[in-house]
Unconditional design. Sequence first.
Length: 73
Amino acid sequence: NAAQHDEAQQNAFYQVLNMPNLNADQRNGFIQSLKDDPSQSANVLGEAQKLNDSQAPKADAQQNKFNKDQQSA
């Protein structure tokens, strides 16, 4: 359904734009993927999150894990 894709795409845009560990090229690539195929928003967002997490400074990675655990609790 188009409305669901739009909402997922908007959410993914917002999250990708706010990922601190992506460089401009990576961020732009994910944004382009979201524009090209909104139905893949969840997959694109997942890939962006993995890359963002993998590029986090090590101290931040621990903090991010803690924050994620807190959010899911």
